[in-house]
Each structure stands twice: as C-alpha cells, then as structure tokens.
Design a protein around this ligand. Structure first.
Ligand code: ZN
Length: 189
C-alpha cells in the first residue's frame, strides 16, 4: 500500500511545526484550519508574515525591532536618554513598555559572545544609569558582571530590577504588576 500523503498539506504542517511551542497536533490543526476552514484568514496570515519578515529589522542603535533604521523609541525626543535599560531580548522591550514604568531607552544584548563592545560604548553615550532587566539566573549575573566591568571607567550607576522576579523565568512570562514593581524598586549593584 502506498503511503497516504498530501504533499502541500504536509509541507504546511512542517512549516507550522517548526515554530516555537507548536507540536505536531497543533501544527495539523492550524494547517487544516487555514486550508479548509478559513482560506482568507490563511492568506492574511501569509501576507502578514511576509510583510513582517521583510519590513522588520534591528534598530541600528539599540537592536530593538524596528521598521526603520532607528526604532520609534530611539527616535522619540521625549524619552529620557540618560536611563538605559539592558534586556536580553527585544521581546522584553514589549513587556516593559506595557508596564509603562520606564521612559528611558533600551539596549538588547542576547549573549556575551555576540556583544560588540564598540557599539555598546556608542549606545551608553550620555547615559548616567544602566538598568539590567534580565531574568535572574547565574548566566545573567555573569553577563551583568561582564558588562559592568567593560563600562566601569564611565560615570554610570548600575542598577538591576528588584528580586521578586522569580529565578529562571523569562521576562515575558512575568505579570506586568510584578515587573512594574521590580522596575520601580530597582537596586544598586
Ligand atoms: Zn532603537
């Protein structure tokens, strides 16, 4: 017996299944939904993905997601450019912005090994407080020490978001109230 196969459908299942957090069953459900139940929604999704992928780049100053060379935070004249919040992922900027607790600027550093020192120095120009908004873990503590050491010659106060943010939990999974409190009650390091 030949294996039952609808190639275009399987390709779509594989594509959905390659997304983070989507298992095989969900991938089949999503693929079935867009091809059989909501073709128009499927086309809209395909278009939104294409537009997003083509038009979103990294901000040249802070590495946030941006549709332009500079993101809308870096180009906002009402932002307090003396406060720089360092995050591990541009996704964390969305979470912090939602908390409406911070009016400074950001810088994204995912991994120490990807850090461009000269670019970091450019980003901290004119900054008097660097706030680390990393989820607490041994790895992020090491990153904080490393970055602080690189910038130690500069006249900058270093703070981090207060404990109360649970260890090992990603920022996007922390409720806004806890994050707001953690930002407000940031501690000197
Ligand atoms: Zn930016």
């Amino acid at each position: 017996m030949r294996k039952y196969k609808i190639e275009a459908f399987e390709n779509l299942v594989d594509a959905f299944g390659s997304l983070p957090g989507v298992g095989k069953k969900t991938a089949v459900r999503l693929a079935y939904h867009v091809v059989m139940e909501d073709g128009f929604g499927g086309m809209k999704l395909a278009h939104a993905i294409e537009t997003g992928v083509n038009s979103i780049q990294k901000c040249s100053k802070c590495h946030n997601m941006s549709e332009d060379e500079l993101c809308s935070i870096c180009s906002d004249p009402y932002r307090d450019t003396t406060k720089l919040c360092i995050v591990q992922s541009a996704k964390d900027i969305l979470t912090i912005e939602e908390s409406r607790q911070f009016n400074g600027i950001y810088y994204v550093i995912s991994e120490i090994q990807d850090m461009d020192e000269a670019h970091l120095f450019y980003a901290v120009g004119g900054v008097d407080e660097v706030i680390f908004a990393f989820p607490p873990s041994i790895a992020t503590d090491t990153m904080i020490l490393y970055i602080e050491d690189k910038l130690k010659g500069l006249d900058i106060n270093f703070t981090k978001i207060a404990q109360g943010v649970p260890t090992g939990v990603e920022l996007e999974n922390i409720d806004i109230l806890s994050l707001s409190r953690a930002l407000e009650a940031r501690v000197k390091i």
